[in-house]
Design a protein around this ligand. Structure first.
Ligand SMILES: [Zn+2]
Length: 250
């Protein structure tokens, strides 16, 4: 691939990195990443993937921008209140990098459309805020052998792990099933500091870039926990569970 003069300049700070280089940049430009959830985690993920030149970014979210989102969902602005998040995001991302094609999916992700949604993509970034969606995305990615990065945040805490087909454990290996909805705390009431999804979303973008370019080691078989109060990052080794109902071999 021949880079235009603009592309050489736009990507100059990563073209000179040995682990990326022109070869890695070509891979990024020809890659397709789906981000499910254009909120607190999806915002930094989408911004950094678009800035890095990931050629096609799919965004799935059925919500519209609400005033209470803006404390952390940095893709959106006050002028976008009431607008579909995928539309607000597409405008922002296109303004950031016109190289990138944005595919907006203003749909509620459910059992009926998840496989169709994820199948065209090379990598999925799970940026949702409900347990139901997390298990739905995990199980579909395992079924379709689609690599994905899971992220979650609450208050001052975040976690992230990356699933690779036939390699690592899946989300269900780590957390067998969703807590009882009647007993589970409501994330809206628990709250979150915007910088926490900022940190975890950036790490999710990094995982996607590393997967697409083949650079470094992914958080596969490793769950990273972030505690912003103690400013502590802890990695827990996570073996695959042979009895896992999603990816288990037994
Ligand atoms: Zn599993």
């Amino acid at each position: 691939m021949l880079f235009s003069e603009d592309q050489k300049k736009r990507y100059s700070r990563q073209l000179c990195i040995p682990e990326i280089g022109p070869e890695g940049q070509e891979k990024l430009l020809s890659s397709k990443v789906l981000i499910i959830g254009a909120g607190g985690l999806g915002s930094p993920t989408a911004l950094y993937l678009a800035a890095a030149g990931v050629g096609t970014i799919g965004l799935a979210d059925s919500d519209v921008v609400d005033l209470s989102n803006l404390q952390r969902q940095i893709l959106h602005s006050t002028g976008s209140l009431g607008v579909l998040k995928v539309e607000s995001a597409a405008e922002r991302l296109h303004a950031l990098n016109p190289d990138v094609q944005i595919v907006s999916c203003p749909v509620f992700v459910g059992e009926d459309n998840i496989e169709e949604l994820i199948s065209p993509y090379d990598f999925v970034v799970e940026c949702t805020d409900s347990f139901e969606a997390k298990y739905l995305i995990n199980d579909a990615c395992v079924r379709l052998e689609k690599p994905f990065c899971h992220g979650a945040v609450i208050r001052f805490f975040g976690q992230i792990m990356t699933y690779l087909p036939d390699k690592g454990p899946c989300y269900r290996c780590a957390f067998r099933q969703a807590p009882d909805p009647a007993k589970a705390p409501d994330p809206k009431k628990l709250g979150v500091i915007g910088a926490v999804p900022g940190v975890i979303g950036c790490l999710q973008a990094m995982e996607a870039i590393k997967y697409l370019t083949g650079a470094g080691e992914l958080l596969t078989g490793r769950l990273l926990n972030f505690d912003a109060l103690e400013m502590d990052f802890e990695i827990i080794e996570l073996p695959p569970d042979p009895d896992c109902p999603a990816c288990g071999r037994r």
